[in-house]
Design a protein around this ligand. Structure first.
Ligand code: SAH
Length: 269
């Protein structure tokens, strides 16, 4: 029977602890008892563990043995996603996590609806909980970082916390109607050779990118790409982009940056 996998809230060399809703679910719903086997993700490492103590607000595990990383490392893929209708955005965060995204930067774009832009900061904790639960459900071995929402202009002006010098690709609906546009697959295939190919993908809001935003992306080194002639909803574009990128860059989807990789500073434009 496959051991259930949990993301530790706190951990040290010998133990790991679940707290909050996770602990409550494990204690009350799954009726965990001492001795129960599980897998624990502690930071970017995976362990076989045993329940040591069950309390309503916290379940403590003893870490028994480190398990090999789930699969060969693959270049990390980061998403810059313009905030759109929360229920659809949250569904897309769950799907992106299942597909192995390394990090998500929520962006407040010109056509992000005003009330969503104002409410986004208060929703980030919920988005992070969705990422933890989707990581557990999909037996991922790391939780994608969900950054605080920032105005798009800020994200394009400041260093994006991406794992290394990455290739930045703007998925643009304007390219969909451009018969000579390069597709995302064209762009990724030309990268696939270099093993260090880290990729950042930008997806716009329901209203799409403005021409000023598209120009600003180009000025700051982003490469425009098409997902084909149909206009996809943002959540569809997120899933398609991650699936295409993961399938072309590695066998099993993107992995987080190794801790050794430095954070990335934008090229001077
Ligand atoms: N409302 C706009 C489309 C926005 S779709 C319109 O009708 O034109 C939301 C986002 O999904 C876009 O900003 C883009 O990032 C992505 N997207 C959708 N279809 C795409 C395509 N065919 N090629 C590239 N990106 C696409």
């Amino acid at each position: 029977m496959t051991r259930r996998r949990w993301i530790a809230s706190e951990f040290d060399r010998e133990t790991a602890t679940l707290t909050g809703a996770q602990a409550d679910h494990l204690a009350r719903v799954l009726r965990a008892t001492a001795g129960m086997q599980a897998e624990i993700v502690a930071g970017d490492r995976l362990f076989r563990a045993v329940v040591a103590e069950v309390a309503p607000a916290a379940v403590r595990f003893r870490l028994e043995e480190e398990l090999p990383a789930a699969s060969p490392s693959a270049p990390p893929v980061t998403l810059l996603v313009a905030v759109f209708k929360f229920d659809r955005l949250e569904w897309a965060i769950e799907k992106a996590t299942e597909l192995g995204v390394a990090a998500i930067h929520p962006a407040l774009a010109r056509r992000t609806e005003k009330h969503l832009a104002q409410a986004a900061a208060a929703r980030v904790q919920r988005w992070r909980r969705i990422a933890i639960e989707a990581t557990q459900q999909s037996r991922g071995s790391f939780v994608p970082a969900i950054h605080d929402p920032q105005p798009l202009a800020t994200l394009l002006a400041a260093p994006l916390e991406t794992p290394a010098a990455d290739t930045r690709i703007l998925l643009s609906e304007h390219e969909a109607v451009n018969p000579s546009a390069l597709t995302l697959a064209d762009r990724i295939q030309s990268l696939a050779a270099s093993s260090e190919a880290a990729v950042t993908l930008a997806i716009g809001p329901e209203g799409g990118w403005t021409s000023e935003e598209t120009a600003r992306f180009a000025e700051t080194g982003w490469l425009a790409a098409s997902l084909g002639p149909r206009i996809l909803r943002a959540e569809t574009a997120i899933i398609a982009s991650l699936a295409i990128t993961a399938s072309l860059l590695a066998t099993d989807g993107p992995h987080p940056p190794s801790t050794a990789q430095q954070s990335f500073h934008p090229r001077s434009t």
